[in-house]
Design a protein around this ligand. Structure first.
Ligand code: DC
Length: 667
């Protein structure tokens, strides 16, 4: 596949925008709990007899666990969200021929580490790029104490498990409250003689101990210590997986911050080790009501009523952090919509999730104009109004979904989110569900903006890029020049704002693209390419362009160029005003002398004789006008890549931009 095609395909798939103005009512549910789904497969496999799981979350993460257990010789069949596992018993797993791929799933890698560490055959766990940099020392250390033989580079995946003959029970004092660490040790402990205990500084989610007890293991919970007796005989179970509170959390915040919402999310797990998000949002003034609270195979579940609320900022209590640890991306969005300040400390753990969630979320909120401050172990967020922009979810599913819903809540703003490709790891139905709620999902056509002063080579570079990518090209300067030409022909002066606005509003201008001659610019039915390039026309354009109403009148014409498969937009304010959400913005500069030289050469080639000194004076005067004007002045967008072309050839500039495209659009 050529990179050109790759750019278009990936970008179209990976950049989204949501919008809503509708009322949010009714009842719906979200997919099954991720933590419970992972564990149901693992324990079902280790049990004797059959385990039936309904409501299984068919996300990429959980399917990775399912595939790995199949690779280890377990017979598992899945139809929709119903899964049937023929358990092989504690000692029935077989070595896999190949590596075992956890994809993006930290839960799979850490829980299965506990399982594979205790086997008398070798295996290797691998993961994707993001999982391969996440810390695994936290499970390797206690498992090694238990007698496991694990090799890794720098305590990161790939993890190689060498065969062992025996695993020893330990009493482990975990330095962190992590259900994944606790579970890894307890799962290895199933293979030990005697009782393995794990004590945590704070209680983490308890699905492992709850489910192990349900499968018949001897489990003891005392305060912050969980103990499990080794060599149990696990018995197959019927498991009904409740809806995932972590997925429901996105819709809780959507409803609370939405002006017209009153809906119910059904059958949600409200396990007390997971319900921190409900307590935090309620403390912020969120109207969340638990209805029909009931017990479902040891797991408490409820229907959650969500009503529009006036949220206010709070200091998040430390004791709620472990039970809300996965929900902070969307809690940060709630904080951005709340009045006043929200402060989180003591949550350094967020930096070691699928991304550094403190940085990713705060970078995005900052870019959208929210006043916030990154702390080493948390954040301070002052509620405000979100502006437009393109934010980056950095391939972290929860950050991406959080920003998307922020976009859905910000009517009138254009918030696009890049890096959404991992949403399927936890919530494959996310887009179906938001669509069902009446929220429009848009995959914007990608735009690359190329801004800079006149004579910098934007036109040449932009045309080359458009040709290379086979994308549309917008020469926005030609639109201002066309208006200038029309004004000159109609003897309208640059000072006659009223007439200029009228001309701008009714400009009869078309761009017809012809494979041979390039773009033909037709004004009032006549081709005007050559006339537009005259110095007089450029001069006039630079005088009419600062008029705000003229710019407003020409805005939509420019936006209309955004057509599939993509657009290269060349001008002064493409990245700052017209295409603020462009996924790649380039700003070209060059010193005025160099630009005058280039322009001189160009004019000489056209047989026009002018002095370089005059051109330099012109360029400097025009630069001054373009950059000092009040509306859309010539400045690089804050997220633009500035390239000084003074010492670079066209080929070198082109190569640099291609490099940026590969880096920033191909994700
Ligand atoms: O890029 P150019 O030389 O063809 O542009 C002609 C004039 O139009 C320039 O002096 C400033 C104005 N212009 C603008 O204000 N905004 C744009 N996006 C493009 C051009």
């Amino acid at each position: 596949m050529s990179w050109t095609k790759f750019v278009a395909e990936i970008d179209a798939k990976d950049v989204f925008r949501l919008n809503t103005t509708t009322q949010l009512n009714g009842r719906f549910t979200v997919p099954g709990d991720k933590s419970i789904s992972h564990r149901s497969i693992i324990f079902g496999a280790l049990a004797e007899g059959e385990t039936r799981v309904s409501g299984f979350l068919r996300s990429e993460d959980c399917l990775a666990t399912l595939q790995i257990m199949q690779d280890l010789g377990v017979d598992i069949t899945a139809a929709g969200d119903e899964v049937l596992i023929s358990g092989v018993g504690l000692h029935g797993l077989k070595a896999s021929a190949g590596e075992l791929d956890c994809g993006n799933a930290g839960t799979a890698m850490r829980l299965l580490s506990g399982l594979l560490a205790a086997q008398n055959f070798s295996s290797t766990l691998v993961g994707d790029e993001s999982l391969s940099i996440r810390p695994m020392g936290r499970v390797i250390r206690p498992l090694t104490t238990m007698g496991a033989n694990i090799t890794s580079d720098n305590d990161t995946a790939p993890l190689r498990f060498n065969p062992v003959n025996a695993i020893h029970a330990i009493n482990y004092n975990s330095p962190i409250a992590s259900a994944q660490v606790k579970s890894a040790v307890l799962i290895a402990g199933l293979y030990a003689d005697g009782k393995t205990n794990v004590t945590e500084p704070k209680k983490s989610r308890d699905h492992t101990e709850t489910m192990l007890a349900g499968f018949g293991a001897e489990v003891e919970v005392e305060g912050l210590t969980v103990g499990v007796k080794g060599q149990p005989q696990l018995q197959g179970q019927n498991i009904q997986v409740p809806a995932d509170i972590s997925s429901a959390a996105f819709f809780m915040v959507l409803g609370l911050c939405h002006p017209k919402a009153d809906f119910i999310i059904e059958n949600v797990s409200i396990n007390p080790t997971r319900d921190g998000v409900i307590k935090i949002l309620q403390a912020m003034g969120g109207k969340l009501t638990l209805e029909n609270v009931r017990d479902q195979a040891g797991e408490p579940v409820a229907d959650i009523r969500v009503q529009s609320s006036e949220l206010k900022g709070i200091e998040i209590p430390h004791d709620l952090i472990p039970s809300a640890i996965d929900e902070f991306p969307i809690i940060f969005i709630a904080a951005a919509f709340a009045s006043g300040q929200t402060k989180l400390t003591g949550a350094e753990e967020l930096r070691h999730k699928e991304s550094d969630r403190i940085k990713v979320m705060l970078d995005g909120l900052n870019l959208l104009g929210i006043d916030c401050e990154e702390l080493a172990d948390g954040a301070i967020i002052k509620g405000g109004t979100l502006g437009s922009g393109m934010v980056d979810g950095h391939g972290d599913h929860r950050c991406a979904m959080s920003f998307l819903l922020a976009g859905a809540l910000s009517s009138g703003q254009e918030i696009s989110v890049r890096g959404c490709h991992n949403i399927g790891t936890s919530f494959p139905e996310f887009f179906d569900l938001v669509t069902a709620l009446g929220i429009a999902v848009k995959q914007p056509v990608p735009v690359i903006t190329v801004d800079g002063p006149s004579g910098v080579g934007k036109g040449t570079i932009s045309a080359l890029l458009a040709k290379e990518l086979d994308w549309h090209l917008l020469d926005s300067g030609a639109i201002y020049r066309s208006l200038a030409l029309k004004a000159m022909k109609s003897t309208v002066k640059a000072t006659d704002e009223e007439r200029l606005i009228e001309l701008a509003e009714h400009l009869d201008l078309t761009f017809s693209v012809d494979g041979k001659t390039g773009t033909n610019i037709i004004l009032d039915g006549t081709p005007v390419n050559a006339e537009l390039r005259s110095e007089a026309c450029g001069e006039m354009a630079s005088k009419v362009a600062p008029i705000p109403a003229v710019r407003a009148a020409l805005m939509q014409r420019q936006k209309d160029f955004q057509q599939t498969p993509g657009l290269i937009a060349d001008g002064r304010d493409m990245g700052t005003v017209v295409f603020k959400s462009a996924p790649l913005k380039v700003f070209l500069t060059a010193n005025p002398k160099e630009r005058a030289k280039r322009r001189h050469k160009q004019l000489q080639e056209q047989g026009v004789d002018v002095k370089i000194r005059d051109l330099l004076e012109d360029i400097e005067a025009r630069d001054y006008r373009d950059s000092s004007r009040k509306v859309a002045p010539l400045v690089p967008a804050s997220d633009a890549h500035v390239i000084d072309t003074s010492e670079l050839s066209i080929d070198e500039v082109f190569a640099k931009i291609i490099g940026l495209i590969e880096q920033h659009i191909k994700i």
